[in-house]
Structure formats: structure tokens, C-alpha cells
Design a protein around this ligand. Structure first.
Ligand SMILES: Cc1ncc(COP(=O)(O)O)c(C=O)c1O
Length: 391
């Protein structure tokens, strides 16, 4: 067989999909597995959005559209983002993509050269590190620690941002920790970055509508930041639309033009009937996102209380997103081994914190995308494992 490009050796992955595949294998062999591994809401997409997609198909939205997105959709996104973040954007700032994920890759392709440094949260969404390294740039971790409520360490940011830094990635509410950046932190980060005018900011706000305590603060609203910030958001988490593949970036116009050109090269455009469904999501009734948030809050409370009742596990109450990220070092086993035993021997699929970077070691990530009844059952199984490990 012919060989592969050298860059492939630097491409990472998302372990969640591998664990899901293994869990499905076990299920196919007759085992009962409780799924707490995958980061997707277990709710159905709201009916009005599904109906809008069907209508769009009947109306003939079955052709190519502009690479940056349908003009009426870009305008609606600009208006929604402006209202929610308190910053003013127009349609020319918006690029619609098949899911929010392409925004990560496309923006990094547009701003990173080999040898540039990109700062990113660790533990964090594994695609950040993967894409930075794939592009030949240097991935510089910014540690998120439980002692600091998984907030960024501002001194560390100050130390690590320098002449080679080209990009800083922020993610709030955060995957996998559920931490959020309070407005005072966002303000302080902007203050630090104002000293470094050549640094772009990629603000991954895909969980912005899932905040249980406090408020969502976007760095784009801070003085001087709109001109160099990309807001990433989308429909997967907020409207339970993971399979539709619909997301967007909001950014300075010159960058938006490059990102749209990359879209022309990669996807041509995002499916047009899916964009019409996205318009219904933004302009239709907003009960569903609120109801999802309430449901996730209840589940979070149940799982955190259940985990903290177990000897050797210490779990913070995450203020956002739909994950909990307990410290399991007290169980005295390597983290990957605990995750493996939990799945293979106790039928609970969860992710080792190491799936989110080296600094995730010592933690497990449980997704709250399952019913309270199943979370309760999972807690019983986790208790069994803890009793075994602690003798
Ligand atoms: C932090 C973060 N950013 C971006 C994404 C991408 O989501 P999507 O491509 O489904 O919009 C995810 C999905 O898990 C995520 O957790």
C-alpha cells in the first residue's frame, strides 16, 4: 500500500466515538450498558424545527447555496448573536458550516502557520489540540484545575502568551469540566490580550445556552476584541440537532471571506434545507432550549450528589454544559483503567479525562445526556466498582 502524509501522524481524534463503538459492541453481545459517554442531548429535535425542514424540502431547498450560508439565515444569526452577546454584527460577519466543528478547523487553517503557537484549554475538547498539531503549529496548554473551579489561570496565560502566539482558544461553558468563565475573568483575559494585538481569539461558545448558575460572558463584547474574535456556536447542543450538522462562526469580515473560501473548497455549502430549519430554531418558540437546560440541571444535581457520596470521588457542581468531571484519584488506579473497568465490568460508558489532554488525568467525564432513572442505575454500578477498588 502507498504511504500516508506525514501530517497524519499528528492528527488526533475524539475518544468518545471509540468508547461509543465499544459500548455498542458489548450491547450487541447482549450486555446492558448505560451511556454516559457521548456529548449529545438525548432529546428529540423540537417538532417545529423538523416540520420547517420538511417544508423547505417541499419548497425546493434542495440545491447548492452560497458558501457562507443563505443570506436570510446569516442575517438572522447576526441579529441573534448581537442581541444575546451585546455586540453588533451584520450578516457579512457570519459563516454557516455543517456543524460548529468545521469553524475550528477552517479558522485555524486561515490564521495558523507552522511554528506559530496556539494556546488552548487542557483538559479541553480534543479537536483543538489535534487541529493545531495537524497544521504544524505548536499546541500550548492552558491548565484548568479543579482547585480553581476549572477557570483559566490568568498568571499562566500572561506567562505563556508571547511573540509567537497567534491564537488563543477559549471555551465557556467548557467541555469536559462544565466550568464557565465569569465576566471578570473574560475581562481580565481581554486586558492581557490587548497587550498582544497580533493574537486571534477563538471563543467556542457552543454551550452558551446551557448555563445553570451565573451568566454567559463572551470575550467579543470586551473593548477591542470584536475585531479579532471568532465566536463559534451552533445548533447541536442548544436545539438537540447533532445529526443535522449545523453551526456557524461570527468573525471579522476579512476572516469570514477566507473561511467562506475554505468552505467553497471543502463542502461547497451547508445543506440549504437544514439552514431553513435553523431559521425556525432561532425565530420559533424558545421553550425547548429552556426545558433542556432545566432537565440537564436536575440530572447534574443527581449525579454530582451521587458521586460525592462515594469514598474516593470528589466532584464539583459544574455551572454549565452537560458534563461532570469528578476527581477519581482517590480510587488509587490509573484513570484509563477505571474507565475501562467501568465499561467492561460494570456496564457504564464514561470517558477517561485523558481523552481531553494530559491534564485531564485523574478525572472521569460523565455526560448527563441520559435520564435520571438511568443515571441512578449508573450510580449504583459506579458504587459497586468503588467498593471493589477500595476493598
Ligand atoms: C466544545 C465543543 N466545541 C464544538 C463542538 C462541535 O459541535 P458540532 O460540530 O456538533 O456543532 C463540540 C461537540 O461536542 C464541543 O464539545
Amino acid at each position: 500500500m502507498p504511504g500516508f502524509a506525514e501530517a497524519m501522524s499528528r492528527l488526533g481524534t475524539e475518544t468518545a466515538f471509540e468508547v461509543l463503538a465499544r459500548a455498542k459492541q458489548l450491547e450487541a453481545a447482549g450486555r446492558d450498558v448505560i451511556h454516559l459517554e457521548i456529548g449529545e442531548p438525548d432529546f428529540d429535535t423540537p417538532k417545529n424545527i423538523v416540520e420547517a425542514a420538511k417544508r423547505a424540502l417541499d419548497e425546493g431547498y434542495t440545491h447548492y447555496g452560497p458558501s457562507a450560508g443563505l443570506p436570510e439565515f446569516r442575517a438572522l444569526i447576526a441579529e441573534t448573536v448581537s442581541r444575546f452577546r451585546g455586540v453588533s454584527y451584520g450578516p457579512e460577519h457570519v459563516v454557516v458550516t455543517p456543524g460548529g466543528k468545521p469553524i475550528l478547523f477552517y479558522v485555524m487553517m486561515a490564521v495558523l502557520d507552522p511554528g506559530d503557537e496556539a494556546l488552548y484549554p487542557n483538559p479541553g475538547f480534543p479537536i483543538y489540540e489535534s487541529m493545531i498539531q495537524y497544521l504544524g503549529a505548536k499546541a500550548v496548554p492552558l491548565a484548568l484545575r479543579q482547585e480553581n473551579a476549572f477557570r483559566l489561570d490568568l498568571d499562566e496565560l500572561r506567562d505563556k502568551v508571547g511573540p509567537k502566539t497567534r491564537l488563543v482558544i477559549l471555551n465557556s461553558p467548557q467541555n469536559p469540566t462544565g466550568g464557565i468563565l465569569p465576566r471578570e475573568d473574560v475581562r481580565a483575559i481581554a486586558g492581557i490580550l490587548r497587550e498582544h494585538p497580533d493574537v486571534w481569539v477563538l471563543s467556542d461558545e457552543i454551550y452558551s445556552r446551557l448555563v445553570f448558575e451565573g451568566e454567559h460572558a463572551s470575550i467579543a463584547a470586551e473593548e477591542g476584541m470584536r475585531e479579532r474574535t471568532v465566536i463559534l456556536d451552533g445548533f447541536s447542543k442548544t436545539y438537540a440537532m447533532t445529526g443535522w450538522r449545523l453551526g456557524y462562526g461570527v468573525m471579522p469580515v476579512e476572516l469570514a471571506e477566507w473561511v467562506a473560501r475554505i468552505e467553497t473548497n471543502c463542502n461547497s455549502c451547508t445543506a440549504t434545507f437544514v439552514q431553513r430549519a435553523g431559521m425556525e430554531a432561532l425565530s420559533g418558540p424558545q421553550d425547548a432550549p429552556g426545558a433542556f437546560c432545566e432537565e440537564f440541571r436536575e440530572r447534574r444535581d443527581v449525579i454530582v450528589e451521587g458521586l460525592n457520596a462515594l469514598e474516593g470521588i470528589d466532584c464539583l457542581l459544574p455551572p454549565g454544559a452537560f458534563y461532570v468531571f469528578p476527581d477519581v484519584r482517590g480510587l488509587g488506579r490509573p484513570t484509563r483503567e477505571i474507565a475501562r473497568m467501568l465499561l467492561e465490568e460494570h456496564g457504564v460508558a464514561a470517558l477517561s479525562g485523558t481523552a481531553f489532554g494530559v491534564l485531564g488525568d485523574g478525572h472521569l467525564r460523565f455526560s448527563c445526556a441520559n435520564s435520571v432513572a438511568n443515571i441512578d442505575r449508573a450510580l449504583g454500578r459506579i458504587r459497586d466498582l468503588v467498593q471493589r477498588l477500595r476493598g
